[in-house]
Design a binder for this molecule. Structure first.
Ligand code: SAH
Length: 231
């Protein structure tokens, strides 16, 4: 497989005075940095990715989750940043192999691609995956590999992964995902809990050892599949 990053966002201005550039600056400063996430690479990626291309909203940079088709949601920018920060692999993002479960709009995948990761993203709704593919290409992220299927089984063909980010909530971390995590400090971030409220769980794998921690309370749409919730 060939991995290639295409960076030709011709229509997206990077001029400091551009209103969208300023909206992203504000989003990063007020919603992400002010709440304690300070990794410079992370902040740079959130400044760079044109979120307005992934959501149809008059206020794409607002401090809120926004609706997607098929009853799904794109997380609030801070929550995307929190998940990304939590899953940062030991060697950093550049060249890391990352599996995302729940492509949704493609925004989280774009953030990971912007960070320099090789991204594989699995979505159970084919229409959402197709739309995300169009939006990722429009924004210049053509190297993200999109897969349609039940992401609770992971994607064994690409394993092992340096990081796995599950952007839907399940009752527990699916066993296949733990198996597909790199034994050399691979990190997984996933909301775990009940259907209506969860806690961000982070798992780090060292050999056969799994080190888990529970972090912030979060609310995500349900992960539906063999190792997730029922329909
Ligand atoms: N990361 C997305 C937001 C995801 S919302 C973004 O940046 O926009 C959660 C997504 O997970 C939804 O699109 C939902 O359809 C998907 N999903 C739920 N269960 C899934 C499963 N078992 N496999 C793959 N995708 C799943």
């Amino acid at each position: 497989m060939v991995w290639r990053r295409v960076r030709n966002r011709r229509e997206d201005s990077t001029e400091p005075g551009d209103p969208l550039v300023r909206a992203r600056e504000r989003m990063v400063a007020e919603q992400i940095e002010a709440r304690g996430l300070t990794d410079p690479d992370l902040l740079r990626a959130f400044r760079a990715v044109p979120r307005h291309r992934f959501v149809d909203s008059a206020e794409p940079y607002a401090d809120e989750a926004l609706p997607l088709p098929a009853g799904q949601t794109i997380s609030q920018p801070y929550v995307v940043a929190l998940m990304t920060d939590a899953a940062r692999p030991p060697g950093g993002w550049r060249g890391a192999k990352v599996l995302e479960i729940g492509t949704g709009s493609g925004y989280q995948a774009a953030i990971l691609a912007e960070l320099g990761a090789e991204v594989i993203s699995v979505e159970r709704h084919a229409e959402l995956s197709e739309e995300a593919g169009r939006r990722l290409a429009d924004a210049g992220y053509e190297a993200v590999l999109l897969v349609v299927g039940d992401g609770t089984k992971g994607w064994p063909a690409g394993a092992p992964y340096d990081a796995i980010i599950v952007t839907a909530a399940g009752p527990s971390v699916p066993q296949p995902l733990l198996q597909q995590l790199s034994e050399e400090g691979g990190r997984l971030a996933m909301p775990v809990g009940e259907r209506r409220h969860q806690q961000l769980n982070v798992v780090e794998r060292r050999g056969s050892e799994l080190i888990s921690s529970r972090r912030d309370p979060v609310v995500f749409v349900p992960l539906i599949g063999e190792y997730g919730f029922g329909e």
